[in-house]
Design a protein around this ligand. Sequence first.
Ligand code: AKG
Ligand code: FE2
Length: 355
Amino acid sequence: MASTLSQVFRDNPLPLNHIIPLDFTSVHSLPESHVWPAFDGFPFGTTYPGEKFSIPIIDLMDPNAAQLVGHACEKWGAFQLTSHGLPSILTDDVESQTRRLFALPAHEKMKALRLPSGGTDYGQARISPFYPKFMWHEGFTIMGSAVDHARKLWPDDYKGFCDVMEDYQKKMKELAESLLHIFLEPLDISKEEYRSTTIQRGREACNTALQLNSYPPCPDPNRAMGLAPHTDSLLFTIVHQSHTSGLQILRDGVGWITVFPLEGALVVNVGDLLHILPNGRYPSVLHRAVVNQAEHRISLAYFYGPPADSLISPLCNLVSSGQQVVAPRYRSVSVKEYVDLMEKHKEKALSLLRL
Ligand SMILES: O=C(O)CCC(=O)C(=O)O
Ligand SMILES: [Fe+2]
């Protein structure tokens, strides 16, 4: 993947002040540079407990899993997945290696700093340049082998980190491939259309990235932002969050809803490409992460998308629409072009494709 999407990162270099994270251990109060203005109500951590305000929980082994996924995607754009087969020992290992990485002193982490024109390694969230204030967040992005990155941090002791990251990515990819079928199933795509979608082809070339997110304890969490509201650009994202809550999704007419960590469950959210594919039927969910004062929150986000050159076009000939041809709501776009649009325009990218 890196060979083709890496061109997009080269074409959109980031300034260093939007790459280098704050040394969180060096500050005891929230610096002005990280104070966010109040918007959509305070505190950031507002939660709405109860069924009505929780995303659905879906058991992958449920015989109706595909229909439940289709319904959850249409209504929420996200769900929590259980019985996904990922061994909890692996998730624990990835989490502890992630904590080991972020616990390094700032000057050590800087050895694996992302290049201005790079897509991997240590740095702030890529959406940082779109905001006047910095986020209370540091991340580490891995695409494929982590050896080159980890060697910079632990020259003689990188194998443990690399092995678990590799294993996790392999298992995530298998899960993502099954999920892709499940996402497409409730859409009743006609055989011809199914064949015409290029997203199923070139499994090896599919675009994936593992994003390790770290949100250190924050001295003033109600005025700080962990990860600003965004949609993910690829097809879908599979998120493991540590036992500390922080992930929130925006629900129309309600506000920000906390996605509470559920032991052993993974959060799956619809990205922009999976919004375009069924002609807008699945909303790509706007989400953000808030921070807290007491605990160091970790999340692992696995992004899954088709090969960089595949073309995403709305499937308008869905059987469920009675074989009627419905007008496409978006123009076709290649994965590479869409990631480039996101780099340049963030959430406006999708509207630029509207017909
Ligand atoms: O930290 C989280 O729970 C969300 C992470 C996320 O949205 C991302 O990495 O795109
Ligand atoms: Fe995200």
